[in-house]
Design a protein around this ligand. Structure first.
Ligand SMILES: Cc1ncc(COP(=O)(O)O)c(C=O)c1O
Length: 407
């Protein structure tokens, strides 16, 4: 008899051979060891989940519409939730959209996968940030995209570099399929793209004929400063695809997000989603809709913003207090979101230091994990939403000792 283990490798598709486990998910296993202060994850603080309110919301949903909520639903999503989102986006973002521009997805991670599926043929070029959200790299890699990296600095993605690349490809008669950006409090760097850069990015897309995929899970988590309009809200010509999620502003456990997209492409997104999950959980959507209908979302966001702002402040204060700036260590000052980005002198390799950090019971994610070309060796990402204020102070102290040793 043929052994299944002998034939499986030969049965695998070319795409599946390129798939890799997420380094962060692997890392998180190590950081769960007792006593480790973890700045590695990207998790919302679970103490802020509105569990008591949810008990009542869930009971109401089951009593009122259990038969509907526990049944399959339309692929596009629950029309009540879509209506709520349309009104929200119109009021807050001045986005010119209606119900047909929204598709409910199972987390914005699914949106990234669907976008990859409908746009990327193997080997086709897309522009992504250096650094970029790891889950996006994973999703687009699954469709064998050719990554073209553009540096992301304190003002967001370098749009002059984007212009250069688009023009260079244009001359060759090739088109960049899309540009992936996280303009608000980027994961991983915590930086926000300036209005000027957003405007230029959109103009470039119109001029050179490419689209922008705007991933926006952190936008509502602003601690200070003035909100900058979303690229998707500035776009009046259907070039921007915006991705949103309840994961960071409410909780990730229901796995509900939404895409705002050009109607002309909506059908493709729906068809790409159907074979994956038929529809996003109708129960989750009913529960989230009920939570929002009761007017609980906005006060909840206000509450978590207050707490994350304090945690960010504690992390910035600890960095200021302990880290030797004069030794060439620099970090970003995020105006919102969950992350902060540290840059060490060029000769320091944060991947090499990582095992020592775990010995000292403190964890981060090395910057190279967010660079598809494995550059950014001297950088690292710190999360401030999950650890307590005491842990943040102590963890930064431990990291400082480690970096001083390496220097
Ligand atoms: C930039 C970015 N996009 C997408 C996601 C995935 O979010 P969701 O839970 O909605 O799938 C995350 C989660 O960390 C993220 O940081």
């Amino acid at each position: 008899m043929i052994k299944i283990a002998d034939i499986l490798p030969g049965l695998l598709s070319e795409t599946s051979k390129t798939l890799r486990r997420s380094e962060i998910r692997e890392l998180l296993k190590i950081t769960k060891q007792p006593g480790v202060i973890s700045f590695a994850g990207g998790l919302p603080y679970p103490g802020l989940f509105p569990i008591e309110e949810m008990k009542d919301v869930v009971n109401t949903v089951l009593d009122r519409e259990g038969e509907h909520a526990l049944q399959y639903g339309p692929t596009e999503g629950d029309s009540r939730l879509i209506d709520y989102l349309v009104n929200w986006m119109r009021e807050d973002e001045a986005a010119e959209i209606d119900e047909e521009n929204i598709l409910i997805v199972s987390g914005s991670q699914q949106a990234l996968d669907l976008i990859g599926k409908i746009f990327i043929n193997p080997g086709e070029p897309i522009i992504i940030g250096l650094p970029s959200y790891l889950g996006a790299l994973q999703a687009f890699k699954g469709f064998r995209a050719k990554f073209i990296g553009v540096p992301v600095g304190k003002e967001g993605m370098d749009v002059d570099k984007v212009e250069e690349i688009l023009k260079e490809y244009g001359k060759k008669g090739e088109r960049i399929k899309f540009i992936y950006v996280v303009p608000d409090f980027q994961n991983p760097a915590g930086v926000t793209m300036t209005l000027k850069r957003r405007e230029k990015l959109l103009d470039l897309c119109y001029e050179q004929g490419t689209i922008v995929v705007e991933d926006s899970p952190y936008r509502e988590l602003r601690f200070e400063g003035k909100s900058v309009p979303m690229v998707g809200a500035m776009d009046k010509k259907g070039y921007a695809f915006s991705l949103h999620t309840f994961s960071k502003i409410l909780f990730p456990g229901t796995r509900i997000g939404w895409i705002i997209a050009n109607k002309a492409i909506m059908d493709k997104l729906v068809m790409a989603k159907q074979p994956v999950d038929l529809c996003s959980s109708p129960f989750s959507q009913s529960v989230i809709y009920e939570f929002c209908r009761r007017g609980l979302l906005k006060p909840h966001i206000e509450r978590i913003v207050k707490i994350y702002r304090k945690k960010r402040d504690v992390m910035l204060e600890a960095l200021e207090k302990y880290m030797p700036k004069e030794a060439g260590i620099d970090w970003t000052h995020p105006e919102g979101g969950l992350f902060l980005w540290v840059t060490l002198p060029a000769h320091i390799d944060t991947e090499e230091i990582f095992p020592k950090a775990v010995e000292k019971k403190v964890a981060y994610v090395m910057g190279s994990a967010f660079h598809f070309d494995r550059s950014g060796k001297n950088t690292l990402r710190l999360n401030f939403s999950y650890p307590s204020e005491e842990q943040i102070d102590e963890g930064i102290k431990r990291l400082t000792d480690l970096f001083k040793e390496a220097l």
